[in-house]
Write a protein that binds this ligand. Structure first.
Ligand SMILES: NC(=O)c1ccc[n+]([C@@H]2O[C@H](COP(=O)([O-])OP(=O)(O)OC[C@H]3O[C@@H](n4cnc5c(N)ncnc54)[C@H](OP(=O)(O)O)[C@@H]3O)[C@@H](O)[C@H]2O)c1
Length: 266
């Protein structure tokens, strides 16, 4: 099949690209670095010519709710319109487990708008909600790190290996549309502060971590079990510890890929 990956240069996009190629599918990469802008629509029609399926793993770094909603809604409308013209038969989008349960977070509001646009559109779709990735704690700590101190919200999560999520997306993309997919999660519940501590230790970095709900990004609306996967979730095999064993002082992407992929899809 010919599969366009929107966000192909991103952290998950690169893994989806490789997962599809390992299965002998042809990948059409979409990103601004490839001259295609999903928000303005520039280059989209040409990029989707002859494409069977689109996998949307784009992202935005905006922290303002209106801007996040605008990015995900506009990009989805642009993608769906171009897909209609190009005759694309399946739109797959990566979402986040629990987006409908959390209010007050700009990124989550954007993801809800993205899901709503896909659901209201006329291209057959599959929405794949995933829990936080194994490298999420390290990323969150990096957002506030200053002078050797970082604030990390004490979130309860059930993190998943990015390579396992990429495998699920590649499988879904090359099968029939299913509407809402079950949540995709890792095998164990973890505390985000503890994950950050273990990841930074594995990288040989000495950062003081302060548990806090005042990071400006994740508030108490995300406390408790709201981020945990729903009943019946697909549990991917790679534990946080197994992923951590591949982490070294640099090159977390290559470490993740070195872990390989063995996810099966329920
Ligand atoms: N991190 C997690 O724990 C987690 C968990 C569940 C779901 N997710 C979801 O996973 C998705 C991908 O996250 P990520 O961390 O892999 O993202 P990322 O590394 O920031 O990559 C974003 C990708 O989107 C592309 N992009 C951004 N703006 C674009 C535009 N206007 N036109 C075309 N391409 C554009 C970027 O390429 P260019 O810059 O070259 O355009 C890049 O390829 C997000 O939607 C996120 O909500 C993340």
């Amino acid at each position: 099949m010919r599969v366009a990956v929107a966000g192909a240069t991103g952290r998950i996009g690169r893994l989806v690209w490789r997962a599809l190629e390992r299965r002998q599918h042809e990948v059409r990469p979409i990103s601004r670095a490839h001259g295609v802008d999903v928000w303005s629509g520039e280059g989209l029609l040409g990029a989707l010519a002859g494409v069977d399926v689109v996998v949307d793993v784009t992202n935005t770094t905006v922290t303002d709710e209106a801007a996040a909603v605008d990015f995900f809604d506009t990009a989805t409308q642009q993608l769906l319109a171009a897909e209609r013209s190009a005759g694309v038969s399946h739109h797959v989008v990566l979402s986040i487990a629990g987006v409908s349960r959390v209010r007050g977070n700009a990124h989550y509001a954007g993801k809800r708008a993205q899901e709503a646009a896909v659901t209201a559109g006329d291209i057959p779709y599959t929405i794949v909600p995933a829990t936080q990735f194994h490298d999420f704690a390290e990323m969150v700590a990096s957002w506030t790190e200053e002078n050797g101190v970082a604030l990390v919200p004490p979130l309860l999560v059930q993190p998943v290996a990015p390579s396992d999520v990429a495998d699920v997306l590649a499988h879904v993309a090359t099968n029939n549309p299913r509407g809402h997919h079950v949540d995709v999660a890792g095998p164990e519940v973890e505390d985000l502060v503890d994950m950050a501590r273990r990841t930074l230790a594995a990288r040989g970095r000495n950062v003081e971590l302060v548990p806090s709900w005042h990071t400006g990004i994740f508030g108490v609306e995300m406390a408790g079990d709201v981020l945990l996967p729903s009943d019946g979730a697909h549990l991917a095999p790679t534990s946080f510890d197994a992923w951590l064993a591949t982490v070294d002082g640099r090159a977390s992407d290559s470490a993740r890929e070195a872990l390989g992929t063995s996810a099966t899809v329920s």
